[in-house]
Design a protein around this ligand. Structure first.
Ligand SMILES: [Zn+2]
Length: 263
């Protein structure tokens, strides 16, 4: 069975508990017996983000399955050498793994797994920035079946158009000027931003740097996707602070002359 390593925890003298993401069973937690001694059965394979082929052995009475064997398919080495790439990988994978059902075989799991692999593959090749972070967040939500509505008004269903569109976080999407009326909806959503986000859903991840999204539009996109995520996911992601730090540091390196550079 294909699997991605989400986390490993040392257990006792010689064992390891391994958290895996799989396309057929969602998140799986398995016990790797003697993992810290047996180089033969687990040759360097249980590191974070490794893509594996695994064989699980079910245990009776509801015990944790045993990880029988793990073959390394791809280790994604380049993204471990760069803080921003690693930070975005941690963030995207944490978002997926917190929401993917444990031992839950749903038809969406294959899409979640494919997205995880595409993300790690893209981060081997692309240097991430704030724009990629927003789009990765949106794509992760989409893979989990939680895509915000970006085109049709969530109140009346008509295509939302006009200069002053709003975004309603709790209702999950854009609200047209007629439906918004005099209501105070704090989040602005200009048509250009919404279209760029829609386009981002269709682009291959590794090509996201080609997408036109910057300046005020990027700030707007960041607010829309970020607030939507926090509201609907309802948990604070552990890796978010780290990601913010490394992206900020990367931005500083890219623009040593000062804060005047356009995003
Ligand atoms: Zn409407």
């Amino acid at each position: 069975m294909p699997a991605l390593v989400l986390r490993t925890v040392e257990f006792g003298e010689a064992d390891r508990i391994v958290h895996l993401l799989t396309p057929t069973r969602g998140r799986v937690t398995a016990m790797a017996k003697h993992a810290r001694r047996s180089v033969r059965r687990f040759p360097g394979s249980l590191d974070l983000f490794n893509e594996l082929r695994v064989k699980l052995h079910p245990r009776r009475r509801g015990g944790m399955p045993l990880l029988d064997r793990a073959r390394l398919v791809r280790p994604f080495l380049a993204l471990r050498q760069d803080a921003a790439r690693y930070g975005l990988a941690c963030y995207g994978i944490e978002l997926l793994s917190r929401l993917a059902p444990e031992e839950g075989a749903g038809p969406e799991m294959q899409g979640v797994f494919d997205f995880a692999l595409e993300l790690l593959d893209a981060l081997e090749r692309v240097q991430p920035d704030e724009r990629m972070r927003v789009l990765v967040e949106l794509r992760a939500l989409d893979a989990l079946g939680m895509r915000p509505e970006l085109r049709f008004c969530v109140r009346c269903g008509r295509e939302a158009e006009g200069p002053k569109l709003r975004f309603h976080v709790a209702d999950g999407g854009v609200v047209c000027p007629r439906c918004a009326g005099a209501e105070e909806l704090p989040l602005q959503a200009s048509l250009g931003t919404l279209r760029a986000l829609e386009q981002g859903l269709r682009f291959p991840l590794a090509e996201l740097p080609r997408l036109a999204l910057g300046g005020p539009s990027l700030r707007e996109a960041h607010q829309i996707v970020g607030r939507f995520q926090r509201y609907h996911v309802g948990i604070e992601l552990r890796s978010e602070r780290f990601l913010n730090q490394v992206l900020q540091a990367a931005r500083g390196r890219a623009a040593p002359s000062g804060p005047t550079r356009a995003a």
